[in-house]
Ligand binder design. Structure first.
Ligand code: TLP
Length: 350
């Protein structure tokens, strides 16, 4: 008998829109957004800017495009951008800053650690005929490859101050900024304030079908709007998508704590399985990363063993596996997933 329903822990991007989102999409007022005439997009952009404590917002099709438009709007060709060496921008965005902007990324290890300021200042280029100009620092909060961990606002403040002291600007990849906000018990703008621009995703834990919003100063967003068009991201009656985004902002932020509790529960269960290694201190939000080396299974065997029993997870490089909790997995699904993982590992070690 085939599997009727997978427990999909690969990512929070797999979440499907809620009935309230579909209803709002069906009835959304729309216009041509390239002319700036879509009332629902305009409302989403204004609401997003307000939530981030910025002057203006720009609705984009994806988080990747939002990060890349931000980089293009902050830099000139030949500039250098400091990023964390495990950041999404460096790791997963296909060298887009080089391809689209002629910009070089300068990766710094553990840029988000409280002790990184020395490494950061060492990475800022002195003015010289020989060096590119450092222009921008990109941060990520929560941090995907670091297991959804939260960078405290105090650490962001120190980086932001250092950046401004050197005439640089800061962009925040806040794809999951609301997870960080819920973890910290702070409004998102208290995190966003330590950046000049911030983008967040509507289509991850917030469960909207499509879209991210980039926010910043009015003049920055005016520039970003041109780059969005240049990259082919100018959408027309996009209010249909923005309507779901507005519902996401209204109804889906507070419930992220449920995902965090489910991720914690999953992590605690995983930590008890012989051969699985993980640091419970890093499980702060909805992401769980564990090391399966000592189970004797390689990641392909582990992932396909799970899949054959109805559980989906992602291989995360080396012996690492990533699971993400989200609104379409309930506590009972987490229990079931743990059951499956226990039996897949036990079969190997037997
Ligand atoms: N992350 C995806 C994959 O690309 C890895 C995921 O499943 O986690 N910033 C961060 C921190 C992200 O995690 C992601 C998506 C993005 C940007 C890009 O967003 P999209 O997928 O909308 O382009």
């Amino acid at each position: 008998m085939g599997i009727e329903r997978f427990i999909d822990l690969r990512s929070d991007t797999v979440t499907v829109p809620t009935p309230q989102m579909r209803e709002a999409m069906a009835t959304a007022a729309v216009g041509d957004d390239v002319y700036g005439e879509d009332p629902t997009v305009n409302e989403l952009e204004a609401r997003s800017a307000e939530l981030m404590g910025k002057e203006a917002g720009l609705f984009l099709p994806s988080g990747t495009m939002a990060n890349q438009v931000a980089i293009l709007a902050h830099t000139d060709r030949g500039d250098e951008v400091i990023v964390d060496s495990e950041s999404h921008i460096f790791y997963y965005e296909l060298a887009a800053p080089a391809v689209a902007g002629g910009v070089q990324l300068h990766p710094v290890p553990a840029l988000h650690s409280p002790t990184a300021l020395d490494r950061l200042t060492a990475a800022i280029r002195p003015q010289s005929l020989l060096f590119p100009r450092t222009k921008l620092i990109c941060l990520e909060n929560t941090h995907n490859r670091l297991g959804g961990t939260v960078t405290p606002p105090t650490v962001m403040e120190a980086i932001y101050t250092t950046a401004h002291d050197h005439g640089l600007v800061v962009h925040l990849d806040g794809a999951r900024i609301f997870n960080a906000a819920v973890y910290l018990g702070l409004p998102a703008r208290e995190i966003a304030r330590w950046s000049d621009s911030v983008m967040f995703c509507l289509s991850k834990g917030l469960a909207a079908p499509v879209g991210s919003v980039l926010t910043g100063s009015r003049s920055f967003i005016d520039r970003a709007r041109k780059y969005r068009k240049l990259l082919g991201g100018g959408m027309r009656q996009a209010g249909i998508l923005a309507a779901a985004g507005l519902v996401a902002l209204e109804t889906m932020i507070d419930r992220l704590s449920e995902d965090h509790a489910n991720a914690k529960h999953l992590a605690e269960g995983l930590a008890k399985i012989a051969g699985i290694k993980l640091d419970l201190n890093t499980v702060q939000t909805n992401i769980v990363i564990c090391d399966i080396e000592k189970t004797g299974l390689n990641p392909d065997e582990f992932i396909s063993g799970l899949k054959a029993n109805g559980v989906l997870a992602n291989s995360f490089g080396g012996n690492l596996i990533r699971f993400i909790a989200h609104k379409d997995v309930k506590r009972a699904d987490i229990e079931q997933a743990l059951e499956v993982i226990r039996s897949v590992v036990a079969r190997k070690t037997r």
